[in-house]
Design a protein around this ligand. Sequence first.
Ligand SMILES: NC(=O)c1ccc[n+]([C@@H]2O[C@H](COP(=O)([O-])OP(=O)(O)OC[C@H]3O[C@@H](n4cnc5c(N)ncnc54)[C@H](O)[C@@H]3O)[C@@H](O)[C@H]2O)c1
Length: 286
Amino acid sequence: MKILITGANGMLAKSVQERLKGNELICTDVADLDITNQQAVLEFVSKCKPDYIVNCAAYTAVDKAEEAGEIVEKINGEGPGNLAKAAQENNCVLVHISTDYVFGGELDLEKDYKEEDPKAPVTAYGITKLHGEEKIKENTDKYYIFRTAWLYGEGNNFVRTMLKLAETRDEISVVADQHGSPTYAEDLANIIGEAIEKQIPYGVYHATNQGYTTWYDFTKAIFEYTGIICQVNPVSTEEYIEMMKITQAKRPKNSQLSKEKLLAQQITVPEWEDALKRYLIKEKEM
Ligand SMILES: NC(=O)c1ccc[n+]([C@@H]2O[C@H](COP(=O)([O-])OP(=O)(O)OC[C@H]3O[C@@H](n4cnc5c(N)ncnc54)[C@H](O)[C@@H]3O)[C@@H](O)[C@H]2O)c1
């Protein structure tokens, strides 16, 4: 199969390339193919005629996005629309990654978000990512949108940050009132791979690791599995912002995404603890 990967230098894209390496991959990032350039996207796709486009390109800096202006909409909103148009014209399937930020994050913590639940994004990142989803649906029927959250993989990420902090500190404070599923990029890449291979029905799927936790409990697990002694203190989001003297785009309190729809397609969705253990072993080996 011929697969075009956009945003190929990013964190998820690295795992996607590894997972799909048995195929003919065409890997591009902004220097080769800027997804905001509609004409360039149309020409590129009609020339290389891929079977699938996996769009890993995005403007992912959630806080900076609040001030960055129209570039965020161009990359997260219009870019996916350009790819969808090109996919439709060239009869290929578009695989796109979206986010829990398309929801407001205020859902009762006893519940988790289903794919069709009402959207209420409150950040520039979330609003533009939702536009991206909408533009895909307007332009093609042959798409997969995988909404993920709390992604970590190759490169800088939350796990590495915690391990680094523990090198110089005896205790750290971590937010304990945001709930979601840490998601290993390798597992999301495998979900994408299985979806393509099994040709599951097109549509929107929630795709994180299984199980729910908080950043606080996630951090405790990171230290437990690595044998690191560092006290973790739970704080609220408000306390954290105050303590760090930062301004932040609003974070969802509830990022819990139901995987029922994905599991119904017999797709492998590992537990977050299992994923973290595998990641830490790999990090140690490197
Ligand atoms: N990181 C997370 O915690 C998280 C959570 C939920 C959803 N997501 C989504 O998952 C996907 C992958 O995220 P990631 O963390 O791997 O991203 P990343 O920031 O690591 O990589 C994004 C890539 O997109 C490229 N890019 C930016 N503008 C471009 C353009 N105009 N044309 C082509 N390429 C461009 C960048 O150069 C970069 O290589 C994104 O869609 C993101 O919104 C990420």
